[in-house]
Ligand binder design. Structure first.
Ligand code: ADP
Ligand code: ZN
Ligand code: ZN
Length: 710
């Protein structure tokens, strides 16, 4: 009798090991391959799993093993994809099963669908063809011929990536509107000359995909492109992933979740806006899609291009040091000059309206006189204005004018934000942005009964109101996650801007990125100061990048001569480095400035960090748990030189939805050493945990590598 076939399978559970099952050849046919998706019995029900081993041996009693139920009608995940996921699992200290299973679209995780799927795929493919034909007949903007500078950049890119099977990381650094996209599309076209080649194009945000999608489709009309992000339907995503993993799709455009898609013929990767924090996954396995993309390119020996106007410090330093090829574009492609930066010192009375000022527009103005004048002028010039304020809602806090009552959330250590009535909520509400709790606005102070409640601070809705009062004739549009959810979705709002249907746009950072608006003459930034003094060491870097991005929305077309538009920043601290380097348009100067700050402080990228997160019923428990952990790390002989284990601290927002949260920061001068420590910490925690909840203390824990907020 032939020996029994034993397959090992990993499932979506925080367990270090896989499970052994028997393979019933009579029922299931030839043994599976590694990487095959299967359904296996688990406890009293069943789970989806991926085969990681096939053999004839088990450490358990063969007679007691259960059998695999069924196999998905899919080719196995290819070895390179498995390698990537395996690396992610090790590096981010996450079990293999809970790393791999979430990368598979829902559609493929419903075994009852498996029989029906092939038919579905065909119908979907046909529909898609029709849709593409339709879109193409509508006509497209042609991509302009590259200018001299762009051609030089392209030549360098081609030169660096000319050798087959060679890993190379390239940084394409060029200010907003310099034509980076135009250059990398050109670069990709050479790669795609090989009919079977696949390229991966990552973008930070789902809002940026429709615009780039149109552009890429127009550029490569004969190539099959699929789009992967959280906004596409389950079915579309299932099909797109299938076409990617079977090599049918040549261009894979997507957000961070696309980074782990199996791509058997991957030949090149582009990470657009590589500095963007959206590349970091913030729950579950907290990976950096950009970092994994670099690892992946290295693993399969293909070139990777990182593109940005404001590279992240780590990328920029690598380029400066020659580890990455540094390729630059310095001019704006359409000939417009850079936007002129104006810092409005809000402490300077000259910038403010005095009480009796007759030039003061009607209504409560909550912007400075200097900015108001500039907006009026811009309106007269028939150009659009973009006002950025990074807080949605009407006001961040409601307060009592008679006592100390503030609109605190009862479940969180944060304030409830006041929202005006809108399409989303019929009545005005107080809403907590951390736990989602919503309440109607009290008519009286809950503590003292006073009827005079006042808002503190300002959000997009308040500015929208103020702008409408000040310029009654102007067409005002608010763009934030509230307005894009309640009305027609973000893409429609952006279209209104593109089509010139609005004069003044008020919005959150949603409007700041990537959009190629053609008629913005003025950009204003309100309340940027909050982030100057953040605890977070990356806050200034992020603020700078965002300001450059938002400034880049102005004066892109260059149609009216050389006008690059204007950016106005209201601040109490015009002298701070972020603003001064912005004023000088000196990205490299800013980066070298923060590089020396970080080097001195021993902060990343000059050291490596990890956080252990702990959540419990009470803060004491969470802190106690982390203190014990810290003591253990020390006692286990991990007192290397260059290793720093800090004291546990409450998180910035300590309580969320009734759970109290703390964190422990571990820092090391060596990435390898940090890895060893984290693996030991993980082992220790797992021994005393059920999943990720410690058995004795009932604390939920999670290890995070390379955190981007501390
Ligand atoms: P980036 O990616 O650096 O922001 P884009 O490639 O999006 O720049 O180019 C910015 C704008 O300039 C786009 O509208 C693009 O169509 C246009 N553009 C790019 N290259 C050229 C060129 N060589 N001549 C004219 N316009 C160009
Ligand atoms: Zn009161
Ligand atoms: Zn809350």
């Amino acid at each position: 009798m032939a020996p029994q076939i034993v397959v090992q399978v990993v499932v979506d559970r925080p367990l270090a090991q896989g499970f052994d099952y028997l393979w019933n050849s009579e029922r299931l046919g030839t043994p599976p391959e590694i990487g095959q998706l299967v359904e296996a019995p688990f406890g009293r029900s069943s789970l989806i799993g991926v085969v990681i081993k096939v053999g004839t041996h088990s450490d358990f009693e063969i007679e007691k093993l259960k059998s695999i139920n069924r196999v998905a009608p899919l080719p196995p995940l290819d070895p390179a994809a498995l390698g990537l996921i395996n690396f992610a699992s090790q590096y981010y200290i996450h079990a293999l099963g809970e790393t791999i299973i979430p990368t598979i679209p829902q559609m493929w995780k419903k075994p009852d669908n498996w029989e029906k799927i092939p038919a579905k795929l065909i119908t979907a493919e046909e529909k898609k063809k029709k849709k593409v034909q339709l879109e193409q007949s509508e006509g497209f903007i042609q991509e302009a011929d590259l200018n001299l500078e762009q051609n030089q950049a392209l030549e360098k890119l081609r030169h660096c990536s000319s050798r087959k099977n060679e890993f190379k990381t390239m940084l394409l650094q060029g200010q907003t509107g310099s034509g980076k996209t135009a250059v990398f599309l050109n670069w990709l076209s050479a790669v795609l000359d090989d009919a079977s080649a696949q390229v991966l194009l990552l973008v930070p945000e789902i809002n940026l995909t429709p615009q780039l999608e149109r552009r890429v489709r127009a550029y490569f009309p004969e190539k099959k492109m699929v789009v992967l992000h959280s906004g596409v339907t389950e079915k579309e995503r299932g099909i797109a992933w299938y076409e990617a993993m079977t090599g049918k799709a040549q261009i894979i455009l997507g957000t961070r979740l696309a980074a782990l898609t199996p791509l058997p013929n991957l030949r090149a990767i582009v990470v657009d806006e590589e500095h963007d924090p959206s590349y970091k996954q913030q729950d579950g396995i907290r990976y950096s899609a950009r970092d994994l993309a670099i690892w992946r390119a290295h693993d399969v020996k293909v070139p990777i291009l990182l593109s940005s106007a404001t590279p992240s410090l780590e990328t920029w330093l690598a380029a400066q040091a020659g580890r990455y090829e540094h390729i630059r574009l310095d001019q704006r492609a359409q000939g417009a000059s850079l936007p002129k930066v104006h810092l409005i010192n809000t402490r300077d009375p000259q910038n403010q309206y005095s009480p009796g000022d007759i030039s003061k527009p009607k209504g409560k103005s909550s912007i400075t006189k200097t900015l108001a004048k500039a907006i009026s002028k811009n309106l007269e010039d028939k150009k659009q204005s973009l006002i950025l304020i990074n807080r949605r809602g009407y006001a961040p806090v409601l307060s009592c004018s008679a006592c100390t009552w503030l609109s605190k959330c009862q479940q969180c250590s944060s304030y409830m934000v006041m929202h005006k009535a809108g399409a989303l909520t019929k009545k005005p509400v107080l809403s907590c942005h951390h736990c989602g709790l919503a309440k109607s606005i009290p008519s009286h102070c809950p503590d003292c009964g006073n009827a005079d409640l006042k808002t503190l601070g300002r959000g997009t809705q308040k500015i929208e109101d103020a702008i409408e009062e000040m310029w009654p004739g102007a067409r005002v549009l608010r763009v934030d996650t509230d307005s894009s959810r309640s009305s027609k979705g973000a893409e429609d709002l952006f279209q209104e801007i593109h089509q010139g249907k609005v004069d003044i746009v008020v919005g959150t950072q949603m409007i700041a990125k990537g959009h190629d608006y053609q008629n913005i003459g003025l950009v204003a930034v309100l309340d940027a100061d909050a982030r100057l003094f953040s605890q977070d060491f990356k806050a200034a870097e992020r603020l700078f990048a965002q300001l450059v991005q938002v400034a880049g929305r102005a004066g892109r077309s260059g149609k009216d001569g050389q006008d690059g538009g204007d950016i106005y920043i209201e601040t109490q601290y015009p002298e701070s480095a972020v603003f001064q380097y912005l004023l000088a348009h000196d990205v490299d100067g800013f980066l070298s400035h923060i590089a020396s700050e970080r080097r001195e402080a021993g902060l990343p990228p000059f050291s490596y960090q990890a956080l252990v997160h702990a959540e419990a019923k009470s803060l004491d428990k969470a802190i106690q748990f982390l203190s014990t952990l810290k003591a253990q790390i020390k006692s286990q002989g991990f007192i290397f030189q260059g290793l720093r284990v800090y004291d546990p601290v409450p998180k910035a927002v300590m309580r969320v939805a009734g759970t109290e949260r703390a964190q422990l920061l571990i820092e090391s001068d060596s990435r390898k050493q940090l890895q060893e420590v984290l693996e030991a910490v993980d082992r220790g925690l797992r021994e005393n945990s059920q999943g990720r909840i410690s058995k004795t203390a009932r604390v939920r824990w999670l290890i995070e590598r390379d955190p981007i907020t501390i």
